[in-house]
Design a protein around this ligand. Structure first.
Ligand SMILES: C[S@@+](CC[C@H](N)C(=O)[O-])C[C@H]1O[C@@H](n2cnc3c(N)ncnc32)[C@H](O)[C@@H]1O
Length: 395
């Protein structure tokens, strides 16, 4: 592809990403994959160049732009080489007309910047939230030793304070490696590995993972339990939960059962577990502000209304989860968000609604005490942003 054809392709991809952000459609990465899947003529260098320009444009614009073209015009103000592609060649974007207005640069929609300020996320933290994320692996002790995986993957190094973590330094398609296929490791951000330690999962326990998704934290806990005990992994989205069984098999995990829930009848569907669980994990649906390094376009999806809905849903899930905890057991709240409304405030409101419960001090290998829990941020801990709290039920 010519340089101008690549720029036109980036504009088309951005159009799709903008539409998906407006309609709560697919993530930018999925859209890029689909786009390239439909254009087999795009070689690996073309794909790499188009992907880089698309993500540069997304990072530059805090609010959802009107179109891919206005986004590209904004990026071209920073990258004059791109201006030359407009009106150059048959497959490139058309010439720039005098009255065209580029999209406005910014960090995030204004209301969201206020929420970040209120949550103590300063300029230093903000820059790191939008930087490029590293690729982290969690070695699975049920299948391998960290030293052996590190030796087999020389372009990795141990991650400080993350017992089973390796950080990948070179571009590596890890999911094609035999070690990955044999379950020796999973792809999991260091922050996600650290918060998975918060429940204190141990062999023999009964654990409910209420929002298990495809089981990233379920599998991390199963490894800590040495595959002994019981984990009930629940979710309301079938296609996510269905991905868990093959992952568990690959990882050598046998203690996980899945249960598909219907969001209208969760309490009834979980009634058999009332007061039974040593640990209930609520890795709740959230704004994802802690994962902007990976999904910077999610800034374009969030609205004040959507955040209100997520906060209400998290509170509801914590209440449902609390019913399943045995006396003396614990409810663990996790969000990949740095907003206090979803973390600190959520915990203090839970404690107001549930007299007798208390927030346990957490001793994790990394993180800062924050309200009733611990917060991890990209700037301070070189992880995705997370908030985690452990709430114990009175005996
Ligand atoms: C942050 S993700 C979980 C990620 C997962 N625990 C992991 O470590 O990979 C939140 C999950 O909550 C699920 N969810 C949304 N509403 C739910 C509900 N009412 N009950 C249970 N799960 C729900 C979503 O489908 C999503 O998979």
């Amino acid at each position: 592809m010519t340089p101008s054809a690549r720029t036109q392709a980036a504009i088309e991809v951005l159009d799709r990403i903008i539409e998906a952000a407006r309609d709560q459609g697919a993530a930018a990465d999925t859209i890029l994959q689909r786009y390239f899947g439909e254009r087999r003529y795009a070689g690996s260098k073309d794909r790499k160049a188009i992907r880089a320009v698309v993500y540069d444009a997304i990072r530059l614009l805090g609010d959802r732009p009107e179109s891919g073209r206005t986004a590209m015009l904004a990026l071209a103000r920073r990258r004059p080489d791109l201006i030359e592609h407009f009106g150059a060649g048959r497959y490139g974007p058309s010439s720039i007309a005098g009255e065209e207005v580029p999209a406005t640069e910014g960090y995030a929609p204004e209301w969201l910047v206020d929420e970040l300020d209120r949550s103590g996320i300063d300029a230093f933290e903000r820059n790191a939230l939008l930087a490029r994320a590293p690729l982290d692996l969690r070695v699975n002790p049920l299948r391998a030793k960290i030293e052996d995986v590190a030796e087999a993957l020389p372009d990795t190094s141990p991650i400080d304070a993350v017992p089973m973590g390796l950080r990948v330094h070179e571009e590596l398609t890890v999911d094609r490696l035999p070690l990955y296929r044999n379950g020796a490791f999973e792809i999991q951000d260091a922050g996600s590995q650290i918060v998975s330690l918060a429940p204190g999962a141990a062999p023999g326990m009964t654990v409910v993972d209420l929002c298990a998704g495809a089981g990233g934290k379920t599998l991390a806990m199963a490894a800590l339990m040495a595959d002994r005990g019981r984990i009930l992994a629940c979710d309301t989205v079938k296609r996510r939960l269905e991905r868990l069984a093959p992952r568990a098999e690959r990882a050598g995990v046998s203690i996980v059962e899945t249960r598909l829930l219907d969001s209208d009848g969760e309490r009834e569907q979980l009634a058999d577990l009332e007061g039974q669980a040593d640990i209930v994990l609520v890795d709740a649906p959230c704004s994802g502000t802690g994962t902007w390094r990976r999904n910077p376009e999610s800034r374009w999806r969030l609205t004040p209304k959507r955040l209100d809905r997520l906060v209400a849903q998290q509170a509801e899930l914590l209440d449902i989860g609390s019913q399943l905890v045995r006396p003396g057991g614990a409810l663990v709240h996790i969000v990949c968000s740095v907003l206090d409304r979803e973390g600190v405030d959520q915990v203090s409101q839970f404690l107001d609604r549930h007299p007798g419960w208390r927030a346990e001090p957490l001793s994790l290998p990394a993180g800062d005490a924050h309200g009733g829990g611990v917060r991890l941020t990209p700037a301070r801990h070189s992880t995705d942003g997370f908030f985690v709290a452990k709430l114990s039920r009175p005996c």
